[in-house]
Each structure stands twice: as C-alpha cells, then as structure tokens.
Design a protein around this ligand. Structure first.
Ligand code: GLU
Length: 308
C-alpha cells in the first residue's frame, strides 16, 4: 500500500517554527516510506481566513524545501462533500440541532474540564428539542451525539492513547449555525477523499483525532494512522501562537536564516541524526523515521539567529 501523508495548514496567518517542524516531520515520514504527500488548505472558516495567507504559506513551504503531489485541495471548494456527509449522519440519527450560545454552555457547566479549558457540552438541546424546534433557521448548529465510550488507538509517536470524547467534549459541533462544516467533519471527510494513510500533526490535535475517528467510522471512511508530534514552546514554556507574535518563517528568512538550518534544527529536535552542516529537507528523507519523539515539549532555539 502506498503511504499518503498530508500537510494541512490553515491560512489564518503566517507559518512559524512550530508549523515548520510539524510539516517537515509529516513530509519526512511519508517521503522516507516512498510515499506521496498531499497538500490541503484548511480555509473552511471564511471569518478566520486571511486573504493572501494561503499563497504565502505555499511559498514558505516551497522555501523550506517541501513539495507535494497534485494540486492543493482547498476546503472552501468542498461544501457539497461536507453537506453530503452531514446528510448521511443526519439520516443515521447521529445529529441534533443546538441553539445554545457559548455563554449558556459556560453557565450550565460547573468547571472547565480539560487542560485547554474546553467544556463538555451539557446536552441541553438534546434533552429539550423544543428549544431548537422554535428557533429560526440560521440560529441552529448541528451536534454529533457521542454514544461511544473511550476511543483508543496506538499513536505511532505517543504510544497507546485513549480519549473519552463524551467526557472531554461531549456532543460536538459538526456544522455551525451559519452552515459552515466544522474542522472535525471536514478533516474526516477530506483525509479519506485525499486517500491519506497517515496523519502527522501537533499533539494539541489529539483530542480532535478521536472526534474525527468517530465521524469517520459512522461515515464508513477509512481512518488514517496517527502520529502526533510534540509542540514547540517558547522560552517561557508557552506554546507558540501566531497571536503572540511568534517569529514567522518570513521573518526568519528576511533575517538571513536559511531553510537548511531550520531543517537541521527540526531534524535534531526529532532525534534524526544530526549533521554538522545544515542540509536541505530532502537530505533527511533517507534517515530513519522519527521514532525518537519523546514526551515533553520542544524548545525554541535559544538564540534564533545563532542557533538556527
Ligand atoms: N489546519 C489545522 C491547523 O493548522 C491542522 C489540521 C490537521 O492537521 O488535522 O491547525
């Protein structure tokens, strides 16, 4: 079976080192197995999509030395596929409409549940369908009813993982009130559509993996192998985020940092054989796959200009 990896950036701003590392590892993994790499632009949410960002991301990826097979798939062109999937789930009785606001949910739940502050949906609209019956169109989201217990899988990097979606997220949104499909639904549908056999991405998406598996199973879609990589943190130990002004690839490039040095840093951080000389991305394809990912966050290089 041919391995198909994927790179799936969201065009909501510029790429930083954390993205670069995840994408390099995804690309190295697939290419090292002689596999294909597909590119998807997760531009599902028109409110979060930044004009021009997708083109800049494509440029940054090429600059890093990454390539992909076929044309990029833009999620904004896939509305019909998501609607079809929603229709199928609806016919299975797996969905219900919900009119709860964030505020209502927050006040119905005593405390944030997860470390990321996510609160499980308390089931208000499931227990009282009349709320949604009376609400006007355009004010109803669709939730997927979680009826299964914990979902377990063997993550290639994190080992055995178990996520109890009912406890951590509860019934989760698969279509927003404005009709836009959720990230979870679109990812499950598109990973299958693009023939993806392995997903390599940041460990912050592990809770999402479980939701995507639930949907994929109900939709009869294949579930790719999962490999969640460690996140890159800044010098305060906090996760890099675009909004905190994390150094972007564009800035590094303008400061004279070469893609070879970024590749070297990412390879070393993942336990691939370090080289004295910076090398382009394709150099590491012949190295053993990222087996040495261990628990704990990856730190940024101390001095960006010198350590990179
Ligand atoms: N587009 C998502 C992001 O940039 C990643 C989606 C995924 O890898 O499943 O956070």
């Amino acid at each position: 079976m041919t391995v198909v990896g994927r790179i799936a950036p969201s065009p909501t701003g510029q790429l930083h080192l954390g993205h670069a590392r995840s994408f390099l590892l995804a690309w190295w993994s697939a290419r090292a197995q002689g596999g294909r790499v597909v590119l998807r632009i997760d531009d599902l949410d028109p409110q979060r999509t930044v004009p021009g960002s997708a083109d800049r991301i494509l440029e940054d990826l090429s600059w890093l030395g990454l390539d992909w097979d076929g044309a990029p798939l833009y999620q904004s062109t896939r509305t019909k596929a998501y609607d079809d999937a929603l229709g199928r789930l609806e016919r299975q009785g797996a969905l219900y409409p919900c009119v709860c606001t964030r505020k209502e949910i927050a006040s119905a739940v005593s405390a944030p549940h997860d470390t990321d502050g996510e609160m499980p949906y308390p089931g208000t609209c499931l227990r009282d369908p009349s709320r949604a019956d009376q609400a006007p169109a355009g004010s109803k989201a669709l939730r997927y009813r979680v009826v299964r217990g914990p979902i377990g899988w063997r993550d290639r990097l994190m080992g055995p993982v178990e996520v109890d979606v009912a406890r951590t997220a509860g019934d989760f949104v698969v279509a927003r009130r404005d009709g836009v499909a959720s990230y979870q639904l679109a990812t499950a549908v598109d990973d299958a559509y693009q023939g993806v056999t392995e997903v390599v991405r940041g460990e912050d998406l592990m809770p999402s993996a479980a939701r995507q598996m639930l949907l994929a199973r109900d939709l009869g879609l294949t579930i790719p192998e999962q490999a969640h990589v460690r996140l890159v943190v800044d010098h305060r130990g906090e996760r890099l985020a675009k909004r905190d002004g994390a150094v972007t690839l564009g800035e590094l490039r303008r400061a004279g940092v070469t893609p070879e040095r970024i590749c070297q840093w990412a390879a070393r951080s993942a336990g691939l054989t370090a080289t004295a000389q910076p090398r382009p991305a394709k150099f590491w394809v012949s190295q053993p796959m990222i087996e040495s990912e261990v628990a704990g966050p990856v730190r940024l290089p101390l001095r960006l200009s010198e350590d990179l």
